[in-house]
Design a protein around this ligand. Structure first.
Ligand SMILES: C[S@@+](CC[C@H](N)C(=O)[O-])C[C@H]1O[C@@H](n2cnc3c(N)ncnc32)[C@H](O)[C@@H]1O
Length: 270
């Protein structure tokens, strides 16, 4: 993983929250929240919470006396999450690296993490941290994207932007969000971190945007793909976004667009 892959700062949080979240994250957040709520947890830790799409789905489903600690590596993402959530005395917002959690052993009933594990530089270490802070019998629920070929817009954007930089194509989407999808490897790494009863479900959803341009802007300007494009030539960000929009429109039309997305949802027990 490149160092810039985990940098969600500057203009990224705004585009991420307004365009990326409705495009691909909301549908999976509703499912993850339902899985977590089914355990009726009294204490939940969320890691890599980003701009809070899972937090917004899960908080209303937790009990009045629940403790919900919401964390992310990048404070600007959490700032977005906290503003959108509004006042909720059950929620504590805290900047934290999922690989070095500032919490006591055995403090939570559930640890959840939507589409964050792909960004961990050492997944087993990240899973072991989740295991450490869980109470015995506690549940770890997380999700990762399937390969880029199963995720239509991400694949089309990656190919279109590659044509703008043929000598050094930006590969963020393929390398990181869509770079950790081998279910045998995921199962083995979760097991190595100490978890049992590992269940993995592959879920297909449909991604919707009002236009190809909105979908292209989401990927090119609301994710660390933006960092990669700007590192090559910041003046080409709009052109790269235009090319991505044209590629999506060619496959999905010039009005509202819909494309396949697919992810793995993992649940395990301490
Ligand atoms: C694709 S976003 C997912 C955010 C959110 N869970 C969602 O579903 O919208 C990945 C998030 O992982 C965070 N992240 C990256 N590395 C991290 C780490 N080591 N520990 C905690 N969060 C991390 C980023 O800041 C970013 O908010």
């Amino acid at each position: 993983m490149a160092e810039s892959d985990k940098v969600f700062t500057g203009s990224i949080p705004k585009f991420y929250d307004t365009l990326m979240v409705p495009l691909i994250f909301e549908a999976y957040a509703a499912n993850l929240a339902a899985l977590v709520a089914a355990f009726s947890p009294r204490s939940v830790l969320e890691t890599a919470a980003g701009s809070g799409v899972v937090t917004r789905a899960l908080a209303p489903r937790l009990g009045a006396d629940a403790r919900y600690v919401v964390t992310d590596l990048n404070q600007p993402m959490l700032d977005f999450a906290a503003i959108r959530q509004g006042t909720d005395n059950r929620i504590e917002w805290r900047q934290a690296d999922a690989l070095a959690l500032p919490f006591e052993d055995a403090s939570f009933d559930v640890v959840c993490c939507q589409f964050g594990a792909m960004f961990f530089p050492d997944r087993v270490a990240g899973y072991a941290e989740a295991h450490r802070v869980l109470k015995p019998g506690g549940h770890f629920v997380f999700s990762v994207w399937d390969c880029i070929e199963e995720n239509a817009f991400a694949d089309e954007v990656t190919n279109a932007v590659a044509a703008v930089f043929p000598n050094d194509p930006p590969r963020f989407l393929a390398r990181t969000p869509h770079g950790y999808h081998d279910v045998a490897l995921i199962r083995e790494e979760v097991s190595r971190a100490g978890f049992a009863e590992i269940r993995i479900e592959t879920r297909t959803e449909t991604s919707h945007a009002l236009s190809a341009r909105d979908a292209a802007t989401a990927y090119c300007q609301g994710t660390p793909l933006r960092n990669e494009i700007e590192a090559r030539d910041a003046s080409l960000l709009e052109l790269a976004t235009d090319r991505a929009a044209e590629a999506i429109a060619t496959r999905h039309g010039t009005g509202p667009v819909a494309g396949k997305i697919q992810a793995h949802v993992i649940a395990a027990v301490k």
